[in-house]
Write a protein that binds this ligand. Structure first.
Ligand SMILES: [Zn+2]
Length: 374
């Protein structure tokens, strides 16, 4: 590798580690990057001159003060946008990933189509655009590929080319568009250490597999698990029909509810009762456990199969519907009782919280940080 390219690669490696860990001592950076302290000193001086990092003395007990290197918050700014069924919401972050400004636009049910979401997206972007922008990260539910939302049944959106809008109307070339479950992977601590599986549970079900420093989303909610149950996506027998909070709601309310009607009018007609179930489940899961049992068996079957195929080190459970540690326990117990131990290993199931906008903005920094350094 020619010297300037190598120098830039080392520099990028250094700043990326500082960004990921918020603050590091020189010794820690040296260990992470395999660079000598003298080379490191030179690189850090350059990064300081470019106003991307700064050094700070910290007092540690009675010992000598030690020095840590941090990202300069005014080094750049980055926007994270979440396109959700009910709301398009964006956050402007500084380089230290502290939120500076938030703007959300509600998308009412009759506005849920390509035009409606584009209008809301532009409104959000125009409130947040600023100088010194590293880039824009956008995440959305549904299948997202090549700068487009290919399809989202829940949002009634298809072939929506947001990448083109960002470039054409705002002259912004640095943007990332990804699926929303993928975005969450970037906001899970220790994300880059090893392979893990992320499952989001609520009125919908999503999953992503994090491997080799990248997230790979798959439409787990529309994996077919039965020969009955008409799904809003057009298929019959989808996991979301049989295992999401829709299934829990039907058991709790003890009545049939059309899935298409549920998908379309969830917040107006069913939100209140779903929130009631969640709040009971959060306080004492055993009071409503019976309504989750069948749903979690279906979910557990699919998850167990995924464990056999993907062999993740950890399963992270997220989402509005995951409200009690007992839920993770129930899922894991079902899987352990169904699959052979040797097939699935003893994978921990952890309920965690992660933020879409933070996640997609972090992914954007990873993607374009090299353009910030000289
Ligand atoms: Zn489906």
């Amino acid at each position: 590798m020619p010297a300037p390219a190598l120098r830039k690669r080392n520099k990028l490696n250094v700043i990326r580690n500082i960004f990921d860990h918020k603050k590091l001592s020189r010794t820690q950076i040296s260990r992470m990057t395999n660079l000598s302290l003298s080379t490191l000193s030179y690189i850090i001086r350059e990064l300081e001159q470019e106003e991307l990092v700064y050094s700070e003395e910290v007092l540690q007990g009675r010992g000598r003060p030690s020095q840590v290197v941090k990202i300069n918050p005014s080094g750049w700014s980055v926007i994270g946008v979440k396109i959700g069924r009910e709301e398009v919401r964006g956050t402007l972050f500084d380089a230290a990933m502290r939120p500076l400004k938030v703007h959300g636009v509600r998308v009412l049910s009759y506005l849920r189509n390509n035009d409606g979401y584009v209008k809301a997206f532009k409104d959000v972007l125009e409130h947040l655009l600023c100088e010194n922008l590293l880039g824009i990260g956008i995440c959305s539910s549904g299948i997202v590929e090549g700068g487009k939302i290919v399809v989202s049944h829940l949002m009634n959106v298809g072939n929506l080319d947001l990448g083109k809008i960002v470039q054409r109307d705002y002259q912004i070339k640095r943007f990332v568009l990804m699926n929303d479950t993928d975005a969450l992977c970037y906001d899970i601590p220790k994300a880059e250490r090893s392979d893990f599986l992320v499952v989001t549970y609520g009125t919908g079900i999503g999953a992503s597999f994090w491997t080799k420093g990248q997230a790979q989303h798959f439409e787990i909610g529309h994996a077919i698990v039965s020969t009955d149950g008409k799904c809003y996506c057009g298929q019959t027998g989808c996991l979301e029909y049989h295992a999401s909070e829709y299934a829990v709601l039907k058991s709790y309310a003890n009545r049939e509810i059309d899935f298409e009607d549920f998908a379309r009018n969830e917040e107006e007609k069913y939100r209140e009762i779903i929130e009631k179930i969640r709040s009971i489940a959060a306080k004492d899961f055993h009071l409503v456990e019976t309504h989750y049992r069948k749903a979690f068996q279906m979910l557990g079957t699919i998850l167990g199969n995924l464990l056999i195929v993907l062999k993740p080190s950890t399963v992270f459970l997220l989402g509005e519907g995951m409200v009690n540690e007992q839920m993770a326990k129930l899922l894991k117990e079902y899987i352990k009782g169904t699959f052979n131990r040797e097939f699935i290993n003893d994978v921990p199931f952890l309920i965690v919280k992660a933020d879409w906008e933070q996640g997609v903005a972090t992914a954007t920094v990873h993607r374009f940080l090299h353009e910030m350094i000289r």
